[in-house]
Design a protein around this ligand. Structure first.
Ligand code: CAA
Length: 383
């Protein structure tokens, strides 16, 4: 076992860290306060190859591995969790399924633009009545000659309001028994397609710079070439995509946890009570030691899942473990960081209350903690 990063991985991490420290961190509080999509930062990430990290160079990407992606995403999320999830959706939930299941024409059309940040994508699986139970889709796709006609509503679509293309799931296509219209199919649809409309931008507790909204489909007709993968393959495409996506959210959570830990440590070294910096008090030291240990453990779980993905091995369980643990670590770290700051931690003048709000979503999206436990338990019982 070798835990040393390669020169290439280190370079990408350091490049992302520099962008995060110099350009993203100074803007993070304002992005949150104003619920502002950080357009200029997304453009910079595109220029620097952070929006198509694992997309092969032939398709305009950086041609790097999932470990590199996780390293870069942790750095970006340490500065701004909103920017982190924008990056995560683009890489994991849009580029990855196009790469894995797209036709050559779909790859050539979308990947170079997505990797360069010239186009943004989103992933529409959730519906008002299909969140944790992703198979309970109600959106329909009906084959009509050479086109599909889609109707339905998608919920909480991160990047939806700024996306040029959506990876979207609907009931339609043959099921395992060859019957039409029963299975889920995946589609790749430009968001300016007539019949596709956006709801208002969601007003959220955290990750306020990452806009999300509903997507409505009203007799939205797309050509046969919009199908992603085979008809009826959609559920597996969604699940395999989320196997990768959960590595991204794990890395985002590690970044948020690190932000909480680093801010708390710096504050503890400066703030004095009873005549000495609070970092000298054992009560504070224990908190910092726990945070630091848990962050390392979470990062190692994320790396393990990334290594398995890069080896082409099934990584469903490892991704769920990484996402589950890292998201809970982020929430504990953020809660303890607020405690270290005391009354100041409760004020919006300091960044820890933002970390506290941002951390929560990592236990919810891309599968709640309860769903991750189900996935893990199902694999262990089968084994
Ligand atoms: N890879 C490949 N195939 C998989 C798979 C995986 N990871 N997981 C399941 N499958 C296959 C199964 O093998 C099975 O195949 P067969 O029919 O051939 O046997 C089929 O899919 C059905 O599997 P299950 O019976 O396990 O399916 P289920 O209906 O019980 O659901 C679930 C499983 C894990 C609970 C799933 O519904 C799930 O992951 N729910 C959470 C949804 C989620 O994460 N949504 C996130 C939305 S996106 C988002 O949040 C983005 C954002 O905002 C940033």
């Amino acid at each position: 076992m070798d835990l040393e990063l390669t020169a290439e991985q280190t370079l990408l991490r350091d490049t992302a860290r520099e962008l995060a420290t110099k350009e993203i961190l100074p803007a993070a509080a304002q992005i949150d306060r104003e619920h502002r999509f950080p357009k200029e930062i997304v453009a910079r990430m595109g220029e620097m190859g952070l929006l198509g990290v694992a997309v092969p160079e032939d398709f305009g990407g950086s041609g790097m591995d999932t470990v590199s992606y996780a390293l870069a995403l942790e750095e970006i999320s340490r500065a701004c969790a909103s920017t982190g999830v924008i990056m995560s959706v683009q890489n994991s939930l849009v580029c990855d399924p196009i790469l894995g299941f797209g036709t050559d024409a779909q790859k050539k059309r979308w990947l170079p633009r997505l990797a360069a940040g010239k186009a943004l994508g989103c992933f529409a699986l959730s519906e008002p009545d299909a969140g944790s139970d992703a198979a309970a889709q109600r959106t329909t796709a009906v084959r009509d000659g050479e086109r599909w006609v889609l109707n339905g509503t998608k919920n909480f679509i991160t990047n939806g309001p700024v996306a040029d293309v959506v990876v979207l799931f609907a009931i339609g296509g043959q099921d395992a028994h060859g019957q039409d219209g029963r299975a889920i199919s995946a589609f790749l649809i430009p968001t300016d397609t007539p019949g596709l409309k956006l709801g208002p931008v969601d007003d959220k507790l955290g990750i306020r710079g990452a806009p999300s909204s509903q997507i409505f489909l009203e007799d939205c007709a797309v050509p046969a070439g919009a199908l992603l993968g085979q008809p009826g393959q959609g559920f597996k495409i969604a699940m395999r995509t989320l196997d990768g996506g959960r590595i991204g959210i794990g890395a985002q959570a590690v970044g948020i946890a690190r932000a909480a830990f680093e801010d708390a440590t710096n504050y503890a070294l400066q703030r004095k009570t009873f005549g000495q910096p609070i970092a000298e008090h054992q009560a504070i030291q224990f908190k910092l030691a726990d945070m630091c240990t848990e962050i390392d453990a979470a990062r190692l779980l994320v790396w393990r899942a990334a290594v398995k993905k890069d080896a082409g091995l099934r990584h469903t369980t490892e991704s769920s473990m990484a996402k589950l643990f890292a998201s809970e670590v982020a929430n504990r770290a953020a809660k303890e960081a607020v405690q270290v700051f005391g009354g100041y931690g409760y004020l919006t003048d300091f960044p820890v209350e933002r970390h506290f709000r941002d951390a929560k979503i990592t236990e919810i999206y891309e599968g709640t903690s309860e769903i991750q436990r189900l996935v893990i338990a199902s694999a262990l019982l089968k084994a």
